[in-house]
Write a protein that binds this ligand. Structure first.
Ligand code: NAP
Length: 323
């Protein structure tokens, strides 16, 4: 019997790749430096494992008559055209939950770095070597403890952020479409409208998926509602924030700072005006990037892929196989 043909879009840990190779003929793109040529490789495939956010379009899917499974190594599958998969009965899986704590840790890292001037401190001491004497009057930050945090889109990651925020004695407000009274009991978080959250928070952190509804959820109007002292953290997806409006708000002092893990586009263009500001921190999409979590994500992605190829229930499915 011929073996399943699979394309993996970026290098994954070799132990996991070996498990896929035991059952499939594997073509793995060798680098993250050049975008994987999915369109060129997809037509003979039975399975695709995407590790990155490259688009998988209906046109690409239409050229692959044998395609049975698309396994996303990550949570959030906005780059895969799920409707086109549904029409064809192609299974789609992703890796939710396993990265929530890690992404919540990164959220706090960004929030704390922005609040306490960690990047300017690093530049002062290690880059420009200006630390000649102790100066008690430089780089004053803002308190995180006992401040108010607004969580926009409180699901798995937002919940994990709320737990961390409670340990900092923060007041936590949250906004999502469906209220979670159980979480209010558990964590003491308060359900508010988006407008009230923006007006009342010292820190606003975004954890919504990217959908039509959440594209540019935070734009000029929303930024104008925030406190002038507030800091915005975006670790969801770049297009959730209108970057030109964010640039203007940061430049004009409408808000005090921002720390983002995701941009629009990714990577952000080197001449993007945001890069000229010193009150924004930009990380290159590192939310789930730890050794332990990436191994767990690769394992889940492998399990989804192999199940989907065989027409079995995906353990972490978005769409189950129907072919
Ligand atoms: P999740 O558990 O599905 O939570 C998403 C939350 O967003 C839910 O509470 C949902 O609640 C809310 N939501 C959805 N649409 C909304 C809208 N229009 N307005 C307000 N709230 C809305 O997902 P998760 O695992 O926490 O992950 C969230 C997102 O984080 C992912 O989709 C992904 O894009 C991003 N992410 C980024 C990284 C990174 O490396 N930077 C890592 C992991 C995940 P309601 O349905 O009640 O509104």
């Amino acid at each position: 019997m011929s073996r399943f043909k699979v394309f993996i879009t970026r290098p994954i840990p070799k132990e996991i790749r070996a498990k896929i190779e035991a059952e499939c003929e594997v073509d793995m793109w060798h680098t993250s430096a050049i975008l994987p040529p999915i369109a060129e490789r997809i037509s003979p495939l039975d399975g695709l494992l995407t590790y990155g956010h490259e688009l998988v379009t209906p046109e690409m899917i239409a050229t692959a008559p044998n395609l049975k499974a698309i396994s996303v190594m990550g949570v959030g599958y906005d780059h895969v055209h799920v409707e086109a998969c549904r029409e064809r009965g192609i299974a789609v899986g992703h890796t939710p939950g396993v990265l929530s704590d890690t992404t919540a840790d990164m959220t706090m890292a960004l929030l704390l770095a922005a609040a306490r001037n960690i990047v300017p401190a690093y530049n002062h001491v290690q880059v420009s070597k200006q630390w000649k004497y102790y100066d008690p009057n430089i780089l004053w930050g803002t308190d995180v403890h006992h401040s108010t945090l607004g969580i926009v889109g409180m699901g798995r990651i937002g919940h994990a952020v709320a737990k961390r925020a409670r340990a900092f004695d923060m007041r936590v407000l949250y906004y999502k479409r469906e209220r979670r009274e159980d979480w209010e009991q558990e964590l003491g978080v308060e359900y508010v409208t988006l407008e009230n959250l923006l007006e009342a928070s010292d820190f606003v952190t975004l954890h919504v998926p990217l959908t039509e509804e959440t594209t540019h959820l935070i734009g000029k109007t929303e930024l104008a509602l925030m406190k002038k002292t507030a800091i915005l953290v975006n670790i969801a997806r770049g297009p959730v924030v209108d970057h030109y409006a964010l640039h203007d708000a940061l430049k004009d002092g409408q808000i005090a700072g921002a720390a983002v893990d995701v941009t629009e586009p990714e990577p952000i263009n080197t001449d993007h005006p945001l890069l000229s500001l010193d009150n924004v921190i930009i990380a290159p999409h590192l939310g789930s990037a730890t050794i332990q979590t990436r191994m767990k994500m690769a394992t889940m992605a492998m399990e989804n892929l192999l199940a989907g190829l065989k027409g079995e229930q995906l353990p972490y499915g978005v769409l189950q196989p129907n072919f």
